[in-house]
Design a protein around this ligand. Sequence first.
Ligand code: ZN
Ligand code: ZN
Length: 377
Amino acid sequence: MNLPNFNTAVNNSPFYQIMIIKTPLSEYLNNNFLIMKAMILQSVTSMEANSKPLSLTSLPVPEPAENEVLIRVSACGVCHTDLDEIEGRTPPPRFPVIPGHQVIGKVDSSGKNVKDLRSGDRVGVAWIFSACGKCKYCLEGRENLCRDFMATGRDADGGYAEYMTIPADFTYRIPDVYTDSQAAPLLCAGAVGYRSVKLAGIRDGQTIGLTGFGAAGHLVLKIIKYKYPASAIFVFARSSEEREFAIQLGAAWAGDTTDRVPELLDSIIDTTPVWKPVVAALENLRPGGRLVINAIRKEDADKDYLLNIDYSRHLWMEKEIRSVANVTRGDVREFLSIASEVPILPEVQEFRLEEANHALKELKDRKIRGAKVLLIR
Ligand SMILES: [Zn+2]
Ligand SMILES: [Zn+2]
């Protein structure tokens, strides 16, 4: 049997403290507590100073509350937002925390109020861990804007572990066409990408640009091709490899971030973590066009670039900028249904749970071709 690592970080975990108070070690050994492997974040840190921000540890398997399910995790996507949590742009409210918000697994057990899910059902978990269900936003179906929005892997433990718990109403059935690792990136890059396409508000035949062509970008391209088959897609990407990939996937044009398009575009979706593409995209928008920024946080490294904004060139003529915040359960469900009809099969690069730091470092260094996924078992 594995024993937990008795290190300081784990001792600080509220869960672990409860275990210590209620369960002396002898009793713990006698009772054969279930133990799981998890990659935990112990504090905010910079990836430049610390290329291994997560540590592998052993923790007790959590127990589902009355309305929750315990999921045995099989795959978890690695997302740029995980870096935002680690580096403090959207910091977790408590430590240690288990990151990961694109989770695929099987229901292991359920709380007594869970009626619709059985042990063995395959489910997914997305960025939305829970919302209050009572506020104006929740009642309007805009639970992504709820003040009590909780994010998986930030405000509650996520899927960089063998098990996790979540309210049953915040899980999704996964279409059979997908393997676990193919399905994982659909739950964030795909679902948030789908929301950004909705917010772009184009009609079929209107032109649309994508700036940035990582995991989110290539899924967004596939969504656009399905929803708006007559719309030409223009891709802006820094590396020639990404530009070639975009053309292979059906983009009408691909250029560098600051290249000018042959014709001004009706809408552009930005999936980058930085500012230069935002300024460049505004210049490529037609009058009345809309830029949708699909990022939970932007990095500060090139923030000075915003000083290049010239009101008449970049903003005047009723150009709009709109951000995308989180996702609703409706976005995730609609997207999974569309994705399986197309079908959208994400390109994935698989890692073991223990290699999470390596996957995150590659993401930080923009070594991206498709979506990175941790295989848990
Ligand atoms: Zn994400
Ligand atoms: Zn609410």
